[in-house]
Write a protein that binds this ligand. Sequence first.
Ligand SMILES: Cc1cc2nc3c(=O)[nH]c(=O)nc-3n(C[C@H](O)[C@H](O)[C@H](O)COP(=O)(O)OP(=O)(O)OC[C@H]3O[C@@H](n4cnc5c(N)ncnc54)[C@H](O)[C@@H]3O)c2cc1C
Length: 486
Amino acid sequence: MKRILYWFRNDLRLHDNEGFFRACVDADEVLPVFVFDPAAFAELPDLGFRKTDIYRANFLIESVADLRESLRAKGADLIVRTGPPAQILAELAETIGADAVYTSKEVTQEETNLESDLSKRLKPLNIDLSLFWQSTLYHVRDLPFSVAKMPDVFTQFRNKVEKYAQIREVIPMPDLIQLSINVNGESVDPGSMPTLATLGFSAQHTVDVRAAVAFKGGETVALDRLQRYIWEYEHIKTYKETRNGMLGEAYSSKFSAWLALGCLSPRLVNQEVRRYEAERHKNDSTYWLIFELIWRDFFRFVALRYGGRLFKPSGIKHDLSKRWRRDRVLFWQWANGKTGIPFIDANMRELNATGFMSNRGRQNVGSFLVKDLGIDWTWGAAYFESLLVDYDPCSNWGNWNYVAGVGNDPREDRYFNIYTQATRYDERGDYVKHWLPELANVPAPTVHIVSNLSADEQRKYGVVLGDDYPMPIINPNQWLKAQKDR
Ligand SMILES: Cc1cc2nc3c(=O)[nH]c(=O)nc-3n(C[C@H](O)[C@H](O)[C@H](O)COP(=O)(O)OP(=O)(O)OC[C@H]3O[C@@H](n4cnc5c(N)ncnc54)[C@H](O)[C@@H]3O)c2cc1C
């Protein structure tokens, strides 16, 4: 009789889950477990906000609840616990007399520390720990180079993997799952799901009516979104042209949150895109979604290669020459969407109200914080980590490294002229007005630099600067001048 405890982490799905599939094949009985780690919801002492705020906490609870439903439908269950994961898992493994613990392999510091902690606790119990590579499009073992020698430039990385590596087939869902019981013949207590309140949140989770999408966690909704985005709405057909948009559910896939928690496998996305290409339509847009998933892979392999450097102000580049400001007043003006720069404020207010922001928005608010205000980029990354519903350690900290110019690709140290960006990607000012209703009557492009409005204009447009909307914390006319001088 072989028993395996399967520890679900950021692989909250039954489809294309190699670790769980193998556990079901290798064992006579499986105990699927998820552990909510209270440390993930604690307040960061230095910055005064939570490591994981309400949007992702809620999305995680929904995702775990959905997985539990799916497992129950297959005759099994999901054992749910809240507490220090390594300790809880080792105790459970011992209780059921497990021969092995299977789980997915993570790459970033806190996650790998947990793996080491668990491994140490399992050793004296004579229980093996097997780690499965799960989250990327290209499997780490299929890369045409060793991770230590992976190209620093994304284009070179992409060209090589596209040319020399194959994406593996999607792994099927396991059929019936034989749930493991306690060695004394009793069932293991399945445990109750935590709520936002038991995780320490006093507020309720609400969905802002202005949100691009109402994210709901779980594999079921993820598969539904995939199906609709590709097959029903066929947004995939125009993805390349729309992906830099900022308003509504259609401009980009919005797969990120489900990918981050593993509710959706990137290989399944790839399979569906390829099927769509074969059955309906193939163009640059259909390819481009895969291109973006390769960026996601790239940052995961970068994290694997560079380890703890990803999280330090000196970054992957180990650039100790850069000096960062730690001005809390400026930081909070940025974080609260009160900089007086409409394009920045609109994006930050969207993040604060919904837990999401477009890629275009992220690039701009990041550049503004780091290049215009000179603030320590790790504060910005930590703030994103707290609020983003799609937070992924590799994609978040990797992208921030690039925005801050401390990444490993020498070509990715760009400065964004915020006014140029705003007038290009929000030409009519619709996005800015969506999130800053106080500027609703200001015409574009003026709405992107309102600090030059005369008293008469302010009266005419119904906005009083310094009262209804803040004065800018830096002079935005530098961007106008730079644009004219080009
Ligand atoms: C400062 C900064 C922080 C970011 N933090 C995160 C994060 O924590 N989690 C996260 O998933 N993405 C992050 N991104 C990348 C990107 O902004 C989001 O993946 C994207 O906006 C999510 O929306 P979507 O799913 O509709 O994307 P789509 O445009 O539909 O792209 C499809 C998928 O490709 C991947 N992808 C696209 N762009 C990138 C990119 N630049 N880097 C890595 N993967 C990408 C995502 O998995 C995304 O879901 C960050 C970008 C920046 C500039």
